[in-house]
Design a protein around this ligand. Structure first.
Ligand code: ATP
Ligand code: MG
Length: 244
């Protein structure tokens, strides 16, 4: 069960108001898609949810509890550009998340814990269709394969919340429908809550259970940074909960 509540959230950078009075409630296992003009604060919103940026005022609650100050394994993120380690193989890139989480002291897993981790990584490699590429390096993969691996790297720790910041923006349009199938499969396998920023409204309707539009409700032409964006539309979308 994961519920996310945002109350009277403001974010300012010096004199610039980026977000103002954002309020939101998201129920368990939702797929939230976010659209809005460039620079309106979408990435900043995700960073606050991840815990790497803090609100100026207001709160984020997960299951009624305030967010901890540090990003934890309960939240994962995938950015538009790949986050893979070039000197590690596909398998090792995938295992890294688990190793960092489970063995803070040694940095490596041994025995039964390692066998479980390898098994989990193999399952995920199969889910993302990269089982034949386990021993390759990121540079030997296509852009789409690299992004599938980045997503799997975030999902392997079974985060309750997955944050996707235009994850398919750098990919050929031809492969986005495969990526959509994959992300819906992982969303259903892990029962997580997803927040995904996209600039493609069609993509929001195809994937989301809820669409958020970020926009400014007040604008001062003399002082463009005086007011921030907020959620101007919060639209429940019906759809594909049971598929695929
Ligand atoms: N660390 C920072 N310090 C100062 N200003 C920042 C910082 N991070 C973001 N900003 C500013 O906050 C505003 C919102 O940035 P953000 O990256 O959240 O926008 P965005 O909606 O994700 O835009 P895009 O669609 O182009 O990715 C921008 O004006 C940006 O310059
Ligand atoms: Mg952004």
């Amino acid at each position: 069960m994961t519920e996310v509540t945002v109350k009277h959230l403001w974010k300012e950078f010096d004199d610039q108001v980026v977000l103002e009075n954002v309020n939101l409630h998201v129920g368990d296992h939702e797929f939230v898609t976010i659209v809005g003009a460039s620079g309106c604060g979408k990435t900043t919103f995700l960073k606050m949810l991840l815990g790497i940026e803090s609100p100026s005022r207001g709160t984020f609650l997960i299951d009624g509890k305030p967010l901890s100050d540090e990003p934890g394994p309960d939240r994962g993120i995938v950015f538009q550009r790949y986050s893979l380690f070039p000197h590690l193989t596909v398998m090792k890139n995938l295992m890294l998340g688990l190793e960092l989480r489970d063995s803070r002291v040694f940095g490596r897993l041994f025995g039964a814990a390692r066998r479980r981790a390898v098994e989990r990584a193999r399952e995920l490699l199969e889910a993302i269709g990269l089982q034949a590429a386990a021993d390759k390096y990121p540079a030997q993969l296509s852009g789409g394969m690299q992004q599938r691996l980045s997503i799997a790297q975030s999902v392997i720790c079974e985060p309750k919340i997955l944050l996707l910041d235009e994850p398919f923006g750098a990919l050929d349009p031809g492969i986005t429908s495969d990526m959509h199938t994959l992300i819906l499969k992982l969303w259903n396998m892990n029962k997580m809550t997803i927040f995904m920023v996209t600039h493609d409204l069609k993509e929001s309707f195809a994937l989301g259970t809820r669409l958020l539009v970020f926009d400014k409700v007040r604008v001062d032409p003399q002082s463009p940074e005086a007011f921030g964006a907020t959620i101007t539309f919060n639209i429940p979308l019906k759809g594909h909960r049971s598929s695929p």
